[in-house]
Ligand binder design. Structure first.
Ligand SMILES: Cc1cc2nc3c(=O)[nH]c(=O)nc-3n(C[C@H](O)[C@H](O)[C@H](O)COP(=O)(O)OP(=O)(O)OC[C@H]3O[C@@H](n4cnc5c(N)ncnc54)[C@H](O)[C@@H]3O)c2cc1C
Length: 454
């Protein structure tokens, strides 16, 4: 006999957990979360090994919404540190402050002059841009050739693994700071400490890494509501029955998906014509995170560093032990190194690793003599959703059908978007509000949209 639930939630990452938590608060709480992993948290989960706690690349908490802030602060009460970002770029053999476009002070004079001169040209004679420009054209028109060629283009090529002439600008509004001309000029003449961008201040759990957030949310669910090690195998949308390994058939009335959209469409059905074709057009990259535990204290005083240049195989390096002293044993440091690849491309990690370690020595972060007792690779097969020109029309096609058939698909991967943890928690809340027809407690801010970020 099939198990019955009113709302079946696929995936126990932050989106699924938040949907279940808010459904409990808003309605009868009859929902079931099925998660394939043995622990909740998905992409925001952490692993502890030999006293080191590693996330899947540093997961820093950014708060922009009053409700999101209250929720996270209550979930992590007594376990939250507030930090002022110290993020840098390493290029041309020098460290400069993030964001590159506002901080060329410290670069070789020739490079800094070129960046500022070309930027000023865009201010005096703003280039004409198409209505929907590519990221490449937009960057050249907004920042000029110098900043684009030294940072914007090589860094984003490394991250997105997509020709930037095929990438849209839809994702960048919140994530790429756009300083004023006066700020670009000031940042070329002196080391300015203006806090640009959405993550100038961030929070991080004192203990437990980003896993602490998922664990706190999971602990607030009803016993038995979250079923771990239970991958969903198929969903029959017509019969409203899912098959879940370890449980069997689960009959549901309403379905909330948080799996990567392409995976969900592949395992569910039947679909009307066009949905699978649309899903085939969606692309993401994969991120490979190399976590290191190093037997030396404070290998860096920074939080994270961007590496735009091709000679470095990675695009970013960050330091967990600078987020929280409990992330690494006393007298050691811990760091993460991030690479990306096109989803589906084979990456030879055994070959990559020695090249990475050599690069870390070449830029002075590691020493030849360093002992590295822990090395842990964490692949994230679907990491960043690629905003190419196919994404918009494909999403319209898919979500028009979801709307008609009452399927909720939420979170960073269910909604196939570039978002962060607070927003993911709010996605779960809004989904529960739609399903229950009620606004979450806290009427003052309950249904407030995310405020635009600086
Ligand atoms: C490299 C990287 C760095 C990031 N850094 C930050 C940061 O610093 N700050 C920040 O706020 N956000 C950051 N994020 C974003 C953050 O990770 C996401 O917003 C959030 O974790 C998304 O949660 P989710 O529930 O939508 O997706 P997921 O966490 O992916 O949850 C989906 C769940 O579905 C499960 N699942 C998959 N298939 C099945 C199946 N067949 N059956 C059952 N379960 C299944 C997965 O195991 C997973 O638990 C980062 C993301 C990446 C990739």
């Amino acid at each position: 006999m099939a198990l019955k639930t009113k709302t079946l939630i696929l995936g126990g990452g932050l989106a699924g957990l938040s949907a279940a938590y808010h459904l409990n608060a808003l309605s009868d709480g009859d929902s079931l979360v099925v998660e394939k992993n043995a622990a909740p948290g998905g992409t925001a989960g952490s692993t502890t090994q030999d006293g080191f706690t590693f996330d899947q690349t540093g997961h820093l908490i950014h708060l922009h919404d009053p409700y999101g802030q209250r929720l996270i602060e209550s979930l992590l009460a007594g376990n939250l540190r507030v930090l002022n970002r110290s993020s840098w770029i390493y290029s041309h053999g020098a460290y400069t402050r993030y964001p590159f476009q506002a901080n060329t002070y410290g670069l070789p004079e020739r490079v800094a002059d070129g960046c500022v001169a070309e930027f000023l040209k865009t201010v005096h004679r703003p280039p004409r841009l198409a209505k929907r420009p590519s990221f490449k054209n937009w960057s050249l028109a907004t920042f000029g050739k110098g900043i684009s060629r030294s940072f914007m283009l090589p860094y984003n090529e490394k991250l997105w693994r997509t020709p930037l002439s095929r990438l849209t600008t839809e994702w960048q509004g919140r994530f790429v700071p756009k300083p004023r001309a006066s700020e670009v000029l000031r940042g070329a003449l002196l080391e300015q400490t203006t806090a640009f961008g959405y993550n100038a201040v961030f929070r991080y759990p004192k203990r437990g890494g980003s896993q602490a957030l998922a664990d706190a949310l999971a602990a607030r669910l009803v016993p038995g509501q979250l079923r771990l090690s239970s991958p969903v195998l198929t969903v029959d949308l017509r019969e409203r029955v899912a098959t879940v390994r370890g449980i069997g058939e689960v009959a549901y009335e309403r379905l909330v998906n948080t799996l990567p959209l392409k995976d969900f469409i592949a395992l569910a059905g039947p679909w009307p014509r066009g949905v699978r074709e649309a899903a085939a057009k969606l692309r993401c990259n994969s991120v490979y995170c190399l976590n290191l535990g190093v037997a030396r204290p404070r290998v860096s005083d920074k939080h994270w560093i961007y590496f735009p240049e091709k000679r470095f195989p990675f695009y970013r390096v960050g330091f967990y032990s600078n987020f929280s002293t409990s992330a690494a044993p006393k007298g050691t440091s811990s760091l993460y190194i991030e690479f990306s690849a096109r989803a589906g491309d084979k990456v030879n990690l055994a070959r990559l690793e020695p090249a990475v370690l050599r690069s870390l020595v070449s830029c002075g972060l590691l020493k030849d003599s360093d002992k590295i007792p822990v090395k842990l690779w964490k692949p994230i097969p679907c990491a960043y959703v690629v905003y190419d020109f196919n994404r918009g029309p494909a999403m319209q096609r898919i979500f028009a059908h979801f709307k008609k058939s009452g399927i909720e698909s939420i979170g960073r991967y269910g909604a196939w978007k570039y978002s962060f943890m607070e927003e993911t928690l709010l996605d779960g809340k809004r989904c529960a509000e739609r399903l229950s027809g009620r606004a979450a407690a806290d009427p003052e801010h309950g249904s407030e949209e995310l405020r635009p970020l600086k």
